[in-house]
Design a protein around this ligand. Sequence first.
Ligand code: PXL
Length: 270
Amino acid sequence: MTPKKVLTIAGSDCSGGAGIQADLKTFQERDVYGMSVVTVLVAMSPENWAHLVRPVDLEMIRSQMATIRPGVDEVAAAKTGMLPTVDIIRTAGEFLAANRIPKIVIDPVMVCKGTTEALFPENTQAMIDYLLPIADVVTPNAFEAAQLAGMGELRTEEELCEAARRIHKAGAKHVAIKAPRVFQDGSVADLLYDGNEFTWWRDTKLTTAWTHGAGCSFSACIAAELGKGTAMKDAVAIAHAFVRAGLEESFPLNRFVGPIYHKALSKRNL
Ligand code: PXL
């Protein structure tokens, strides 16, 4: 059977753990055909892992988009990742809306692991304006959820729920908040809100420092599943299990960073 075609509009993480590299690995594991529009190149200093970030020019981004639509038939789903400028956010939003991609996953990347400040703070409003209204699901971490909701740090379950409600009100059909580490018992959880009901996936917190690409892979897994026709709650459950398994077998690349192991869940299910 022809595999479903799924697109990522995201940045290149040359270390291979996050960004389009993580998305394409995840797509392969979930048995969909992956395609990419690269929006930004990221390189890391071998001395201190400081990020050098270079947006791709808009003409080239538009040309990549034209390769996909109208160039490719029947794109089943798309996700966005790192979109470094307001113009690129608007271009991505307009592309997804104009081409009526059936399922749209918005990963509102604002920070890379190891950095604590938004890389592009001026982009938050553009995400609210151009991406939330077209999102079948938006997948912020707790920091990104607070930014999108216009709230301070989210410390309690109720604050997370309030952020989800506000983001839903801004137009996203579903809000999936990733592993907010806020619980006193040391547990972590992913949260899904559909405008009506909250669903939690709880787990014990893992001690690994090697978590690079967990967020990108979570949203990519949801996009792959939605592309195959999986219902939203099941898609998020699979993404939770996929990232959890990947984290349990994550490994170091160097003293700064280590990615999740994308094959972990597939290997267990052999
Ligand atoms: O993990 C967030 C992220 C997303 N996209 C790209 C990245 C990173 C973090 O390094 O480089 C391209």
